[in-house]
Write a protein that binds this ligand. Sequence first.
Ligand code: 3UK
Length: 528
Amino acid sequence: MKASDLPLYYNAVDILERNLPDRAEKVALYSPDRTLTFQQVADEVNQVGNALRALDVRAGEMVGILTWDSAEWVTAFFGTIKIGAIALGMNTLLTPPEYDYILRDSRARVLIVHQDLLPKIEPILQDQPFLEQVIVIGNAQGSLTSFNEWIAEQPTDLGPALTHREDSATLNYSSGTTGQPKGILHAQKDLPITAALWGKNVLGLREDDRTFAVAKLFFTFGTGGNLIFPWFVGASVVLYPGSPREMDRVLEMIDRFQPTVFYNSPTGYAIILAMERFAEKYDLSSLRLCVSAGEALPAPIWQRWKEQTGLEIIDGIGSTEVYHIFISNRPGDIRPGSSGRPVPGYELKIVDEDGAEAPQGEIGNLLVSGESVALSYLHQYERSRQTFQGPWLFTGDKYYVDEDGYYWHAGRSDDMIKAGGIWVSPMEVESVLIGHAAVVECAIVGRADASDLTKPQAFVVLKAGYEGSPELEQELIQYARDQIAPYKRPRWVKFVDQLPKTATGKIQRFRLRELAEALHDEEVGAAR
Ligand code: 3UK
């Protein structure tokens, strides 16, 4: 599908409403507290839209949504989009100062927030220059309005706003390793385009599917995979309001709601694999497709998952800037450890430091072009100019292509390590170490040695029953040395309880680099 296939005036509420003629009574959404048909969702969406209009919310204005994955998240999202306003799905794991930044930067006029999350907003509520209304899902105290009361008297009919297909529909904030988060706007057209290009054409979602994601709806991996794409083809979704870390609850959800498609992060798969006899305790037989994204999926995790469940994980790389996945493995065509091949509809380019195309097989900077790519970062001119280069988006990822056209992730452009003058991909070393029986998770960053030359440092989380020791450190180093070029082996192993992660589950390598620097200082200090 191309943008020009859509009507010039297009509203993405179509993704929901296309199901009304033939599937109005089909269950659209399962969750622990509410189960709704497409008709019921559409009615509540109209009530939310009317309630927003009653607050005088206009096209182009932002509406913040800060709640667990739930029916209300979804009706707030489509109600906002339907009136031409912009749905700002907010990460539920931030701190008050971060919410303060996002509320100011986005200029949201209305915030729909769950009562549990209200304490994170209250400290910064007094001094908001743009925010006018707070609607509370659950119990609303004092002058605040309750979501249910707010929509109760509203009519269930409403026509969609006459939005241009290039008008903004969604706003997401993506945290970088440094600086303030970056606001990324996506157009109405980007929702059906990504649904067709990846959800339908690559993943092969079907009307009889039922999707389930550990990835949250505020993250575009979740919004696309567990809402937009399934509804685009008439499938149902299962929403999980809990934490991505509580894998026993996640597995209970699968057991109870019997989804056919499961989206998770590599870390999430690793946590499940570390649980004893999970495949016997929970009924996972409904699953036909498993998807992984957010970070590279190491081949050993892919292998273990296949051994334990019989299922093959589809790994694909996506980003908030592109909205969703643009390089992907596909059912029946998987190269474990790789990101797969370009999703038709996107063009890829791997370039060297001077911008010249890198020869096949060589690691370079990945650029992507395609119709769902955002145009810029909100209010961030300099960073926008660096990242959005004409039709090309600079992903910040290092990649190489093998002789069969499969793309292999080789770290971030800012994470690559030069050891002995040669590039070392942290990912490559990590995917070796993770094959060791004692290792749950690991990360490699550069650390200066006594001569101030950068060498790989490993941070390792051990499986229960293993204890960090100098012997185990040497064993892991030898283990890596036996499998990859010796210069790539870690020179040190630090055992840690957990790796620092962002809210969306990515390893915060800058924090590990700080730790590595401290270890270096200790080493140098001790030698003096
Ligand atoms: C990294 C991967 C290797 C990569 C996302 C699917 O992760 C998503 O979006 P973000 O904006 O981060 C983007 C960056 O994350 N990455 C993501 N997936 C992979 N690296 N293999 C992968 N499979 O550095 C990329 O630039 O948080 C993923 C769909 C929607 C998304 N927003």
